[in-house]
Design a protein around this ligand. Sequence first.
Ligand code: NAD
Ligand code: DAU
Length: 350
Amino acid sequence: MKKIIITGGAGFIGSHVVRRFVKNYPHYHIINLDKLTYAGNLANLRDIEHNSNYRFVKGDIVDIEFINKLFEAEKPDAIIHLAAESHVDRSISNPLDFVMTNVVGTVNLLNTARHHWRGNYDKTRFYHVSTDEVYGSLGETGMFTEQTAYDPHSPYSASKAGSDHFVRAYHDTYGLNTVISNCSNNYGSYHFPEKLIPLAINNIKQNKPVPVYGKGENVRDWLWVEDHARAIDLIFHKAAAGSTYNIGGHNEWKNIDLIKLLCRILDRKLGRVAGESEKLITFVTDRAGHDLRYAIDATKLKQELGWVPSITFEEGLEKTVDWYLANEDWLKDVTSGHYQQYYQEQYANR
Ligand code: NAD
Ligand code: DAU
């Protein structure tokens, strides 16, 4: 019997991790701890919310007293920590929010775990979910390995790098049983439409301009979110204490090529004339400090734990577009209210 607190379980990746653990491990108790910021949405978990091994707790990982009481009451065996401010553009406008949640919130969880799990570090686990952005930006060649030196450029990636350093410090200094994984860009269902793929799908669908930063030459390495959740499951159960794994899809795309592919898929699915959606592509002012290229070398994960992505990008994108077309209500809900104001502010002067 294991009791696991999954933080950020109402967000994009967190909801897939919660769903996977609730369904695959009926003998575990899964507690989803989430503050429900703009990015947290309990509608992402409707299909499992009544399962007897699942419970939602609303709370802020920065709140010292609340986290301490939660540990006292629940006595968890493990944490899988995904709660974060996750959008680079928002980190440029509001860096302090990122320092609070990503750095202070993570240290608060580590510190509480250190006290509550003392004497039991061999039976407990702190799994920290991180990003490839901590490694900085690549030129035309090369890949990030687990040995690549950290070189973050945005307030978001700097805050994630800071949290990774604290996780390692708690392992090296106190012997806490920690694991870190650094993953490339995810895509799939329940992805909030501030990020490139769901934003482009939503705008193309609505015949609105599709904003491409700079010349669209930046490269990202895309992974289907359910393959990320499967990797987290494997690493959580099998990794050695203090270890790090890179997770990635070996699937690099220039932004402009990816957007054109999405336009073609949507032309076909919406019955538009070929080439119609591409007319919506609009080049806008580049993101400040925009990293040119990310690419993950996931050899260690493949060799040690046998993980490889389960589907191709073409299959994953088809599934993703189909999901957004079939879930109009979800999309409408998350793009009403505050989203409109956010969109105005982010894109008005680009
Ligand atoms: P998301 O923004 O969709 O979800 C974040 C969740 O955290 C939300 O449910 C939000 O309500 C919750 N949260 C935020 N602040 C909180 C706080 N103070 N206390 C409690 N809960 C809080 O993020 P995501 O894209 O699902 O990313 C999840 C994790 O994976 C993050 O740590 C991110 O850095 C990492 N990651 C994301 C990607 C990606 O492509 N999206 C890739 C690699 C790593
Ligand atoms: O690499 C992992 C990271 O991927 C995660 O750690 C982050 O949480 C996640 O948000 C994502 O970061 P990116 O900045 O790469 O993702 P985003 O979807 O914001 O942007 C992808 C690329 O598309 C990037 O080069 C910027 C560009 N872009 C983005 C938006 C929102 C555009 O050209 N137009 C847009 O409107």
